[in-house]
Ligand binder design. Sequence first.
Ligand SMILES: [Zn+2]
Length: 301
Amino acid sequence: MKAKYFLILGIFLVLIFQPQPTTAGIWIRPISVKQGEIVVVSGLFYPFGNSYSLLENCVLNLENKKYAFAREIVSYENFRNSSGREGFQFITRLPTTPLTKVGTKKIILECPLGKQEFNINVLAGQFPLQNIKLTASKNALSSSEAEKKAVDLALNTFSSYKLWDGSKPWLLPNTARKSSGYGLRRTYNGKLADNYFHKGLDFAGFTGSPVVAPAKGRVVLAGKNFATQGNCLFIDHGQGVISAYLHLSSLEVQENQEVEAGQLIGKVGDTGIATGPHLHFGIYVNAENVNPEPWFQYPMP
Ligand SMILES: [Zn+2]
């Protein structure tokens, strides 16, 4: 009963207060992204002839991977300068990475009532190349099966509600200079490593310097002494967005603990495979590693 009322209110608010959609019923923004950026698709329903599919019942298909929509509460204020009332919409975020091929991509909206295709454009990101000469002895450390499984589970967490504040950018997790950027590619003895890219940003903080949560979330994995990641944290921010913190010297939070933006969660270290003390920070959207930089620059819907 309550859900029905909410649905009607939601439809009403979306009809009355949203700006003109990109297509009939859904918003795709932006339609052009650089590799590593995300495309946000939102709306309430999509018309097929004289009928409508609620987006909750649809999926988006990008390069044969399917993305479900999450329900999101939206306040009136997002649309007009009024307060105190809320509606909702459905939202999904399509990740791209340095491995996503540049060019026009088809996204297919698959609903019970039909299918519709849209185009998005993926532009080349600027990722530096690092040349590595391989020596005979490779690092003997590698993740155990249990560690891989725990990390995989953490990255695939999907909670339906968004926990971060979509009205402001994320905080930097550490104040040190960035020593290594997102998306860095590698060549080994002159040959490009096909599937490698640097899955985050490195902050050159000294051992023991504070690492804070960049946004509100819940700790889904607090790993101790993992072979490659060392002491590590994975925080679920909701709707398939997970942040990762590797090589910590200490963990200041526990699994399942809720954390606020700016809260101390750990300290910089060089545990696991690290050439020196630094924080490796990564953001995952629907289990794909995306570029954190835009998240620090503007509010992320
Ligand atoms: Zn790193």
